[in-house]
Design a protein around this ligand. Structure first.
Ligand code: UTP
Length: 482
């Protein structure tokens, strides 16, 4: 050990001992100086005062998120515009976009383990014909939106330390998809140590490296502040953030109606609002927005009893059907408030995962074939109950959109929410838009389109853009990209 780093390592040793994590220095004596420096950096990033509490609460025990209290569906605005006056909120939202008060924000720091794609998920070719990377689909939305509303909508992209460089390089090598790089900001989210499932000890990925995982999409609310993105938004005059995930190619990157509702609906707190789609099957694995004792929040499907999940209204629809699609409008003020007096803390959720690691006693590398580790993540929707907390009588707006128009997630390699189901939904959406114009679309006996269709946001952002377009003939088996 060199003398100049001795004091800090001694401090760390004491710190680690208090947290019962002394094993993290098991290989210290064998490490070269640069490996020691890396390990110290990793250790310095962990809040060891909180580690024993995390182990007790999340590793030794499974936190119980089962909702207690009176559970009711939320009041929501449905996309059926005969029920309420969409036009006025569209105008308000368009005004916000024109005035440069809206930023787009993509959370792209996930590991995408279920998809198993080798690279950041945003680079995944997500459209059915032209195989456009997901990032390009969103970039095209922004190009179209900037043009339509005469705006320059800045785009903030949260990465993780694991995919940051690859993401930035991808944009550079793609010429930022014709967007001005001065208005795109990339920043990595924070990480959490991964824990041994049985001992509760923090895992070592290598003798000089802590095993870590990104701290969840909820980590975005603190990373926005820590990275300087929030200050950048303030400096640009941004008031509202259009938050969305990287894996939904049908996402409306900015939606004037949603933004208008969020900012101006009488029951809005204009702090954090949510888009939902109507769940039709109790078994569908999406969280639902509900009111628990009058407070709007998202309940995970795994935390709900079968009775609640399958309860139906008299009209036969599921009672708790407001499926969360993780598209939020969030005000800059709200994110600042959450970070006032230190980083925003949301509860952690635990996941059991396979975490490659080294055995601190033998130095043997372990590549587990069953979950051995606990990964802790924050979820962004846990901020929803905090919205409107200081604005009595107001709440968090819930806007129900058409599933086929806006939700075709790519989560798994096969089966539900896979590239194949997403491609089918993308085709179905264009087919409906064509048929809305009474334009023929070949369909099979089961009703599915007998063709593959794709539309760029530059061509049409919503079906209304099809109104004045010349539409191509679509023959059975054809592939048509518009
Ligand atoms: P998912 O919950 O689908 O997780 O993320 P994931 O990491 O992408 O995929 P799996 O679970 O490993 O298969 C939903 C969205 O939240 C982002 C993802 O990039 C995706 O846009 N996310 C998730 C983050 O930005 N950071 C995280 O730590 C986790």
């Amino acid at each position: 050990m060199t003398t100049d780093i001795a004091p800090s390592i001694e401090e760390l040793r004491a710190h680690l001992a208090r947290a019962n994590q002394s094993h993290l220095l098991a290989f210290w004596d064998q490490l070269e100086d640069d490996a020691r420096t890396r390990l110290i950096d990793d250790l310095a990033a962990i809040d060891f005062d909180r580690v024993p509490g995390w182990i007790e609460q999340y590793v030794r025990h499974k936190p119980n998120f089962a909702p207690k209290g009176d559970i009711a569906p939320p009041r929501s605005y449905a996309f059926d515009d005969t029920i309420w006056d969409q036009a006025q909120y569209r105008l308000i939202g368009e005004g916000l976009l024109r005035a440069g008060k809206v930023a787009a924000f993509t959370v792209a720091g996930g590991q995408g383990t279920r998809l198993g794609y080798d690279g950041p998920k945003g680079c995944y070719p997500g459209t059915p014909i032209t195989r456009k990377p997901l990032f390009q689909v969103f970039a095209e939305w922004l190009l179209a939106a900037n043009r339509r509303w005469g705006a320059t909508i800045p785009w903030y992209i949260m990465t993780s330390p694991l995919n940051h460089d690859a993401t930035v390089q991808f944009f550079e090598s793609s010429n930022h998809f014709d967007l001005d790089p001065a208005h795109i900001m990339f920043f990595p989210q924070g990480v959490m140590p991964s824990f041994d499932m049985t001992t509760g000890k923090i895992l070592l990925a290598e003798p000089h490296k802590i095993a870590t995982n990104p701290d969840g999409h909820g980590g975005s609310l603190r990373a926005l502040a820590a990275s300087g993105a929030l200050a950048d938004m303030r400096a640009r005059g941004i008031e509202h953030i259009s938050y969305f995930q990287v894996d939904n190619p049908l996402c409306r990157v900015v939606d004037p109606i949603f933004l208008g509702l969020h900012a101006a609906a009488p029951d809005s707190s204009a702090e954090m609002s949510t888009k939902v789609v109507s769940k039709t099957e109790p078994a569908e694995k999406v969280g639902v927005v509900a009111q628990v004792d009058g407070v709007t929040q998202v309940l995970e499907y795994s935390d709900l009893s079968d009775e609640l999940t399958s309860a139906r209204d008299p009209d036969g629809r599921l009672r708790l059907r407001a499926g969360n699609i993780a598209v939020h409008a969030i005000s800059v003020d709200f994110v600042e408030r959450l970070n006032a007096g230190g980083a925003c803390h949301l509860p952690f959720h635990r996941a059991e995962k396979k975490v490659p690691c080294v055995d601190p006693t033998t130095g043997r590398a372990i590549d587990p074939n069953a979950p051995n580790g606990i990964k802790l993540e924050m979820f962004v929707f846990d901020a929803i109950p905090l919205a409107g907390k200081h604005t009595p009588g107001k709440g968090s707006i819930v806007y129900e959109v058409d599933r086929v128009d806006e939700f075709a997630p790519i989560k798994n390699a096969d089966g539900a929410d896979s590239p194949a189901t997403s491609a089918a939904l993308q085709t179905e959406r264009v087919a409906r838009w064509l048929e809305w114009r009474q334009h023929p679309v070949p369909r099979r006996a089961d009703g599915s389109p007998d063709c593959v269709l794709e539309v760029s946001p530059i061509t049409a952002m919503t079906k209304l853009d099809f109104q004045s377009m010349m539409l191509p003939e679509v023959n059975p088996g054809a592939k048509v990209a518009l």
